[in-house]
Design a protein around this ligand. Sequence first.
Ligand code: SF4
Length: 683
Amino acid sequence: MKYDNILTTCPYCGCGCKYYIQVINGVAKGVMPCKEDPVSEGKLCIKGWNVVDFVYSEGRLTKPLIKENGKFREASWDEAYNLIVSKFKKIKEQHGPQAFGLLSSAKTTNEENYLMQKFARSIIVTNNVDHCARLCHASTVAGLAAAFGSGAMTNSIPEFEDADCFLITGSNTTEQHPLIGSRILRAKERGAKIILVDPRLIQLAKFADIHLRQKPGTDVAWLNGLMYVIIKDGLVDEEFVKNRTENYEKLKKEVMNYPPEKVEEITGVPKEDIISAAHIFGNAKTASIIYSMGITQHTTGVDNVKSCANLAMITGNMGKACTGVNPLRGQNNVQGACDLGALPNVFPGYQAVANGEFREKFEKAWKMDDKIPENVGLTVVEMTNEAHAGNIKCLYIMGENPMVSDPDINHVKESLESLDFLVVQDIFLTETAELADVVLPGTSFLEKDGTFTGTDRRVQRVRKAIEPLGESKPDWLIISELASRMGSSAFEYNSPKEIQDEIASLTPLYGGISYERLDDLGYLQWPCLDKDHKGTVFLHKGKFTRGLGCFFPITYKPPAELPDKEYPFTLTTGRILFHFHTGTMTRCVPKLDKEVPTGYVEIHPVDADRLGIKDGEIIKVSTRRGTINIPAYITRKVPEKIVFIPFHFKECAANILTNPALDPIAKIPELKVCACKVESIGE
Ligand code: SF4
């Protein structure tokens, strides 16, 4: 019998816990925590403990599939590649490169994301490449880059242990980032204060010193309200503002329009609570702002993020340990997918495509005859809209499932069905893959080498523990083989290590990252500029990446769709502890499925009573986009007139209902707020 313990990184949330996979005779059998890992410290959440089950689940794709007469049949790799190459070439010839869209994946490795955007830019010759960060943290990337010069989490997970105060908003941290949640609770035991701002009574509410339950979509107003009190009561860090920032007077002028009484009117939060929260935050020695999609998934997502940045800077909580603005990334490698340029406006390392020097550098490195377009490409939702309009003819989607994750699914389905050609590369026959013309079987994290970048810019190794199942292949190999068949000689890699070396040579932020160093040190946090650089624990020490931190005066704007007579409720959506993203990697895990086997809508008892709804009854929830039937969960977790639906469940998909209205800068849809109607159907 042969035993192996392979150290790798969790493929679920952005915490990036490392653990050992126990392998017996080539079969992964279980998980053993890693005590030396600075993030998990030898603890795991329920998803991590059960990770092996999804890898071997029945639904795994093991052969390429080609659709004929509306049905899939198994095909050889040769046949699938030949069909894709001939279709890609034909569509490019007939309609040009801008008729293509490529979706990369926050679940796949850095190397694979790098190759996907390289394929888009050098083989298809388009910047129409994006991924699901567009749906979660595009506002973070845009907002923090504008304020600080870098769009990533400023500080590190281990620092949470020693912060004096947390402002947590739009993040159900103990459920979505359990190992970060437990650090916050440990800090609380030590005496740290928690200010929670969330419409729902999430688990953290039990531990919060103060809980502000704002109306969804009113974040700019309460953030301006906190700053109003901080300025008025003399809690501004004057020295920091003077030496490290610009534009303060303009911010102050705007913020002075938000006295607590007015903020109470807009947000529903009592003015006394605004004042108390401002005093707690303003008096803390070190205060850390933690947020997630409750802040970003709005038509004002960038405004919300900039307001968080304003609050951190006004109190001097930047550029030092245990402070900062800390967006928690949902998926394992959403940080890495952004870093590696799976975005329509930047090359790897956030090097703008609009900059001719960068374009030239990549054209040369990628041995291109063509010129990379200088125009920014289409984002996720724009690709769908353009497909619907008949302008995008072909989508190549790796590891994404827009048929569950994107807003207004009925519209997404029509868009995908109107394509000339759809290729989906995944490990499961997802709802999106079912609509494809060709499906390519990728491999899970256990069957390949690579790196993931966790939410705190922590680059860590993913190590192959078992052989690919059936005829499946790692995504990096599929993209490389496809590129070679399209005629490129710039995709000839023997291993992901060679891809990382190429990344390091072209991406200053990752310049000092190599497999050798990661194997030796365990992780490196970017910026890591060269082989002697030890990585960066927290950003903006002494100087912001952009020089001075920039305050942005922000005026409150309401959400795109507010409740009215016909749709009198506010719908908000989110995630739960036991499931991950569109459910493909958790609903097939018996222990997780048993905990929460299907979706539900949380509704307040007063509303349920008024509508004659019983707990567990199947009810109808409708918006202007569509209707779903879903079990009712009567609970005081939600305030009156607000309902909450987790988005993981395809049979009662929250995103049939959500609003695709976009933030004008980040193009992120307003998944967190729309108007809805709730009805009993008497079942
Ligand atoms: Fe995996 Fe996140 Fe759980 Fe850690 S906290 S084991 S990274 S899902």
